[in-house]
Write a protein that binds this ligand. Sequence first.
Ligand code: MG
Length: 210
Amino acid sequence: MHWHAGDVALIRYRRLGPITYLISSHVVDDRPELTRLYTGPGHPMKRRIRTDGTFLPRDIPYAEAYAMPVVLGDIAWQTNHLLRLIRPGDAHDISLFWSDDWSFRGWYVNLQDPVTRNAVGFDSADHVLDIWVAPDGTWNWKDEDEFTDAVAVGRFTTRQADEIRREGERVIARIEAGGWPFDAGYETWRPDPAWTAPEMPANWDIGNTP
Ligand code: MG
């Protein structure tokens, strides 16, 4: 499956099977070594909600949220512009974030399974732990508490958790060395102005195992 500029593709996150989060994007380009996806305000997405249709509060204990049945609710991506960089085989992707007015906010390193391709885009599984990189190159781990909880409830083994953290440390070495993509100049990239918020593809749940 190869994607063309302007196609609508999804990245879907699955947790031991079921989709728990997905976000639509326009394909910027799709080359063997690198895929770039753009998401902006209004792009449709789906994320976990409670069975009564209300959103999960952010402060809910991790073990409780983890045990809840998975129901997906429709929302739209809100304020930021996001350029997602995916390399095959990497256990992370990296997204550039800009505000509404295109002021650059930084890079988000999402630790995750290497993506697989399918008829609607890309699937992965989130590794909970993330890294935020400010425009000046200073960085910090994100969601370390949640990561500890995820190991406690058995989402990751201790060994998997060690490997996830090591992957993060390899990216941190690149951040500190000013390596790719922190040296790539993508901060000045802008999307095709003809791209407006797309419809959610009708077959968004292909292969899902709820
Ligand atoms: Mg994450």
